[in-house]
Ligand binder design. Structure first.
Ligand SMILES: Nc1ncnc2c1ncn2[C@@H]1O[C@H](COP(=O)(O)OP(=O)(O)OP(=O)(O)O)[C@@H](O)[C@H]1O
Ligand SMILES: [Mg+2]
Length: 197
C-alpha cells in the first residue's frame, strides 16, 4: 500500500502528498528564515504520519512535547545521566515507541550532550531492531554547527558525530533523518550534504 502524508493543498486545491516510503528511504532538510514556518511544517509532517511510522524528535524548544497528548509520544527529559539516556534510547528502538527528547531549558552544552548520546544509542541499536523511524531534529545547527562556538569541544564532537551518523550512515539502520535549520551556512557541511530532499 502506498501512503501519502497529507501536507495540505497546492495552488489550485489539489492535495499536497509526501510519499512516506520515499521519505523513509532518503533524508530531508528544511531551510527557512526565522518565522518562515519550519517548526510548523515539521509538526504537520509528524501529525500526519504518526499513525504510519515510529517517530523520534529532538526538541530544543519544547515545540513538540504536546504530541504526547494526541499521539501518545513518550516525552523524555534530556536532563538525565548518560546511562539513563542510552537505556531509554535502546528501549525506544526495541519497542518502536515514538518519543520526544525534550531539551528545553538546558544549557547549549547539555543539549548537545543529551542529543548526541541519545542519537548514538539509537544508531548503535542491535541489528534486530533496525526498524524504520523518522528522526526529526529542529534547529539542527545547534547540534551540528559549522563552526566551533562557546560550547565545550567534547560536547560539540559528540553531537556532531551523532548528527553525521544520523544523516550519512543512518539509512541502513532504519534512521530517516529530517532536519530543519535557519541557515545552511550555520550547519556542518557533511550533515547537510546527504539530504536529497
Ligand atoms: N502553513 C502555515 N499556516 C498557518 N500558520 C503558519 C504556517 N506556517 C507557520 N505558521 C505560523 O507562523 C509562525 C512561525 O512559524 P514557525 O514557528 O514554524 O517558524 P520557524 O521557521 O520554525 O521559526 P524559527 O526559525 O524562529 O524557529 C507560527 O506562529 C506558526 O504557527
Ligand atoms: Mg522553529
Amino acid at each position: 500500500m502506498k501512503v501519502g502524508i497529507d501536507m495540505g493543498t497546492v495552488q489550485g486545491g489539489a492535495p499536497a502528498k509526501l510519499d512516506i516510503e520515499e521519505l523513509l528511504a532518503t533524508r530531508l532538510l528544511v531551510q527557512g528564515n526565522s518565522g518562515s514556518g519550519k517548526s510548523h511544517l515539521l509538526r504537520r509532517l509528524l501529525e500526519q504520519s504518526a499513525q504510519w511510522v515510529q517517530q523520534v524528535i529532538i526538541d530544543p524548544e519544547g515545540d513538540f512535547v504536546t504530541l504526547s497528548d494526541r499521539f501518545g509520544h513518550v516525552v523524555v527529559d534530556g536532563q538525565r545521566t548518560e546511562a539513563e539516556l542510552v537505556g531509554i534510547a535502546t528501549r525506544i528502538r526495541q519497542h518502536r515507541v515514538s518519543c520526544v527528547l525534550s531539551l528545553e531549558g538546558l544549557e547549549a552544552d547539555e543539549q548537545m550532550r543529551a542529543a548526541g548520546i541519545f542519537l548514538n544509542a539509537m544508531f548503535d541499536a542491535d541489528r534486530d531492531y533496525w526498524y524504520p523511524v523518522l528522526v526529526v531534529v529542529d534547529e539542527a545547527q545547534l547540534f551540528a554547527p559549522s563552526v566551533s562556538g562557546e560550547v565545550s569541544e567534547e560536547a560539540r564532537k559528540l553531537s556532531l558525530g551523532a548528527m553525521t551518523n544520523l544523516m550519512c550512515r543512518g539509512r541502513k539502520r532504519g534512521l530517516a533523518g529530517v532536519i530543519a535549520t535557519q541557515r545552511l551556512a550555520k550547519l556542518a557541511k557533511n550533515v547537510a550534504a546527504e539530504a536529497s530532499n
